[in-house]
Design a protein around this ligand. Structure first.
Ligand code: GLU
Length: 374
């Protein structure tokens, strides 16, 4: 099975990004309930197929502004933040209502740039999202616009959605917007512009094509969509860029509807391990006993009980080298505890962590998802 069907049917974890223009009527600022009800049907259908779904939704500012009398002009940053504060409640409520009809629970997550970029916070956000998905909820994610200022802001949910997709090792990111794919030129100006069904690598040429698209053609513009694709592909996640205005946009895509696929060459697991093994410098070492060494080789996480010695200074989220008792490097991983706590729980059973540290941390000292073995 190839193309749309193959990638979507095989995907276990899907992130769907909804642009403001789809969800919120730009004139009245009202949330399009019919459209949302149809999207909820699509999400329920994905759940029925055993898939996990997270939604990154824009629209807080668009849905909130009229309630504060902020209409008819471009908003300043503080005004956008105020509009987002009132719009986000409405947005979350609308999703909650629409998905409740299918007995699906919605959980709101508001993130800032730091939550995805800084490793300790990245691990926190990732494990909360993993937990929610495992419990069958639909995380509803947006940027925390009310506290994000210019310098620490994504500003567009295309890149935010791609970061989230990479962070939670999603298989597919679906970007629903007002354009049905990528073209070699702006199709409004050049009606014969060639549509590109599939892109395997974001070349300079592709970037140049995105740069040529006029601002405002779609909410974040083509530039942020290509930037999102670059992030998604780096995380081993395929990305589909599709038109979302009509009802049931995901179902249409699954039935072979038009989109541009940005195709990742690695899978999310491999991409994450590559990121762990390659891009960071280890800050410390965990010496593991023979039992743990065998368990790791079989694909287990590293538990505190298997750690014989802790070396170096590191914080939670930092990279550590794992070594055998003989000093041989076994692999690398992200530590779930800083060095001081790691020393205290080393050699102890997971059940004793709370008593030793006074808080109940993670069961594993390095989770298998955060591990790259040699
Ligand atoms: N976070 C903004 C909102 O919810 C949207 C950003 C975007 O349109 O990409 O209104």
């Amino acid at each position: 099975m190839t193309g749309n069907l193959g990638r979507l049917t095989k995907a276990k974890r899907i992130v769907i990004k909804i642009g403001s223009a789809l969800l919120v009527d730009q004139e009245s600022g009202a949330i399009r309930r019919d459209w949302l009800a149809a999207l909820a049907e699509d999400i329920a259908a994905l759940h029925d197929q055993g898939k996990q779904v997270a939604v990154v939704s824009s629209g807080a500012i668009a849905a909130g502004r009229r309630h504060l009398g902020l209409t008819g002009r471009t908003l300043r940053l503080e005004e956008k933040q105020a509009a987002a504060a009132t719009g986000q409640i409405r947005l979350a409520h609308a999703y909650e209502e629409a998905l409740a009809r299918h007995n699906i629970t919605v959980a709101q997550i508001l993130v800032t740039l730091d939550d995805t970029e800084e490793r300790r916070r990245h691990l926190n956000a990732r494990s909360t999202l993993n937990q929610l998905l495992a419990l069958g909820a639909v995380p509803l994610i947006n940027e925390n616009d009310t506290v994000a200022t210019q310098e620490i802001r994504y500003g567009d949910n295309d890149r935010l959605a791609a970061r989230v997709a990479a962070m939670i090792s999603a298989d597919v990111l679906v970007l629903l917007s007002d354009i049905d794919g990528m073209y070699e030129a702006d199709p409004r100006k050049a009606p014969d512009a060639k549509y590109i069904p599939e892109i395997g690598e974001i070349t300079a040429e592709i970037e140049a094509m995105a740069g040529a698209a006029p601002e405002g053609y779609s909410s974040g513009g083509m530039i942020t969509k290509v930037a999102a694709a670059r992030i998604a592909l780096g995380g081993g996640c395929h990305m589909a860029l599709a038109e979302g205005h009509s009802l049931n946009p995901v179902r249409r895509l699954m039935e072979g509807g038009r989109c541009t696929w940005f195709v990742a060459s690695a899978n999310p697991r491999t991409a994450r391990k590559r990121w762990i093994a390659g891009s960071l410098k280890p800050a410390g070492e965990l010496i593991v006993d023979k039992g743990a060494e065998n368990a790791l080789a079989k694909g287990s996480s590293l538990l505190p009980a298997g750690v014989a010695k802790v070396k170096g200074r590191f914080d939670r989220g930092d990279l550590v080298t794992l070594r055998s008792l003989e000093g041989k490097e076994i692999g690398r991983g992200l530590a779930a505890y800083g060095d001081e706590d790691a020393k205290r729980i080393a050699g102890h059973k997971t059940g004793e962590i709370e008593e030793i540290l006074g808080y109940r941390g993670r069961d594993e000292i390095v989770h298998r998802d955060d591990l790259a073995l040699d």
